[in-house]
Design a protein around this ligand. Sequence first.
Ligand code: GCB
Length: 610
Amino acid sequence: MSPRSIALALLVTAALPAATQTGHVPLVQHADGRAHEVLDGAWRVVVDPYDVGYRNIFDEPLTTSWFAHDAQETERWDRLEYDFDAADALHVPGDWNSQRPELFLYEGTVWYRRRVRLARAEDERLILRFGAVNARARVFFDGDLLAEHEGGYTPFDVEITDHVGAEAEDHSLVVMANDTRSKAGVPMDNMDWWNYGGITRSVRLLRLPATYVRDYSVQLDPEAPEEIVAWVALDGARLGQRVRVAIPELGAEASAQTDADGVARLRLPFRGERWAPLDPRLYDVVVEAETDRVEDRIGFRTVEVDGVDVLVNGEPVFLRGISIHEEAPFRGGRGLTPDEDRQLLEWATELGCNYVRLAHYPHNEAMVRAADEMGLLVWSEIPAYWALAWDDPATFASADQQLREMITRDKNRAAVVLWSVANETPVSPARTDFLTRLTETARALDPTRLITAAVFADHERQPDGSTVFRVEDPLAEHLDVVGVNEYVGWYDGLPDKIGTIRWEDTVGKPLVLSEFGAGALYGLRGDSLTRWSEDYQAYLYEEQLAMLRDVPFLRGLSPWILMDFRSPRRPLPTIQEFWNRKGLLSERGERKLAFGVLQRFYAEVARDWR
Ligand code: GCB
């Protein structure tokens, strides 16, 4: 059915499927490495604050949505209360909040429309890759609902093969994006970052053969690091094929026959150079089946924990890190370009980092690939943040799915060493059970990386005036590396309290101080106790770093945060203006004093850990 021919009926009968995760196909590995067309650019939009696109006046769902038809008037008496062709456009990838002043605080539904002229070769499969749509997406093709996806920071794929014919024809692609916050969501309805809505990452149309290489994993065998273990999974009718994995530069290759599920396992000798922090070595890797071929760039390294040490390639490392939000430098907002990703990572490198915590959700794929190329270790996390609805099975399903999508997408990146399942979650049996199950998912999908979470430490004032910090969270037992967020000097006392802290090891695992920090407005000076001044922030960093130097089981830190970022929780006029000011850089990249304090500390640590 062409959109133009659709009658303007508001049919009200059956409901849209209740499930929020339907229709999409298993993720295609390395979408960028496949033949594709980029569907970014100007998409026409209808802003729909009352959700008229999918419900009638009695709050009953529409069988097929009003806007999804992308209809046009054909007779002069037609009643059509929208018109995509005459509507304004928003840029994809991007969020709506930072593109239009009147949408700055908008949370709700926006319908995006893009026309595509497509023909399909026989035996070709067409898959739409959405890098991310925050937070819920419904994808309609020529008016038909093809897929729904929930989770605003991970990719999903929608197959349109059966909807495209041999002749070139115009098709209508409509995406409903909704970013209404909810208590049962992941993240929940309360968080300290901007809920940027929209098609926030690139949209691509992948052209794949009838049976294609859907996924693969190519990594050093942690048990026998002179070998690479690989698996390849095919998708399509010809699941029985010979597949080959090769690293031409090393003259290494292996081939194997797929099993009945289209999966083959292979081993290759590895006599190359390892990928190492700040010394990244990537190899061209060819993954080939009889009907498809993909090329990727992959690094090889090991990562493990030995007592309180984190070992990369068998060498103890100290994680000199910084936390980063996915917010565009200089302009704010999402839809970062590869240059903007790199800018953030270059600033981290200038700070002396060998490690970044990509908070509080999976960042875009190009960001992780840039870290891989720059030799920055990565902590990657899902937005299981603060008080989720631990008892709600749908909340668990969403967290679990986002974790799977993150691991599926990034499992071939040597840079990624830590998967984090949560940030600052209130301890209860239901929460610990929920998060423990997530650690099990992560380990089952990827037994080669370390599992972590950012938790709180218990602290107690002692009669001698000191404050003892120890991790008593039962989740720690299920983690390889324990992350702790600690805000003494900002939310808890003044910076001079930091000197009273003593850490006690209760878990025998590496500790990473995943956050500490203080707000400062760039350019605001005062004495070291003037809140919001650069001086206060610098003083707090000095005190924290002096204290942390003496923690024998500390193996890294990622202070909060590289750059100021937007947050609706931060309304203080003249200082915050909806920016969380804990950045070491302003949103324009201007260095605050504390940048230099941390930079000097990292220079020292880099010398000591050589
Ligand atoms: C935290 C959170 C982080 C906040 C930060 C703050 O503990 O993990 O998301 O932005 O504190 O600035 O309060």
